[in-house]
Design a protein around this ligand. Sequence first.
Ligand code: PXP
Length: 237
Amino acid sequence: MINLGVNIDHIATIRQARGTDYPDPVDAVSICLAAGAGSITAHLREDRRHIQDHDIERLAAIPGLHLNMEMGANEEIIAICERLKPAACCLVPEKREELTTEGGLDVAGHRLHLAGVVERLSAAGVRVSMFIDPVPEQIRASKEIGAPVIELHTGHYANYQGEARARELAALAAGARLASDIGLMVHAGHGLTIDNTPAICAVPEIEELNIGHAIIADAVFKGLHQAVADFRAVMVR
Ligand code: PXP
């Protein structure tokens, strides 16, 4: 069975849009786990656009929860991760102006810095993953700096159509094979939807998918009927 990690960032996005205290992403944890998720992913961004410090702190305090903290490799966030000790973290490139993570981390180009980050977080007991494109140089560099896990970036696969998508899927499959051959655990994620996920699941080395936007988007329509009906039911004189 491939593990499903549900990224709950966009529950916080809705909350932050209104400055209310609901919806609370922490309330999503038990629902996701009951529905078959094996882990919860949340990205504490430097600009705090969705998940806040009090969210990640409460998530990290849930007993037995396999929390995967997505994060840029910057000092402030690294220190938070060292203190909270989630089960896992995934290092991603992070730019303030981007709408979402736009590509994989350049591990090969930042070996020294990232090796130090992997060492610190591993020493804190956190299983560190590198979010990278399916490029052999990046996969080998991740192994060389001591990361036990890579998460392959499926965003290009998800955005492309036709032959370009088939080429990207082949690159993901080859990357997953190489990673597994050199002893890395392989995860994948970004841009996955109910339609484009099955082909990724056919790659045998992939052990975990992290999916957020499409799950929260689907939840809106899968839950809208009930939400409207519940309001109708309380609108009585
Ligand atoms: N994996 C990583 C490393 C990500 O940065 C994200 C986006 O936060 C995801 C998975 C989930 O992507 P999506 O929200 O498109 O499903």
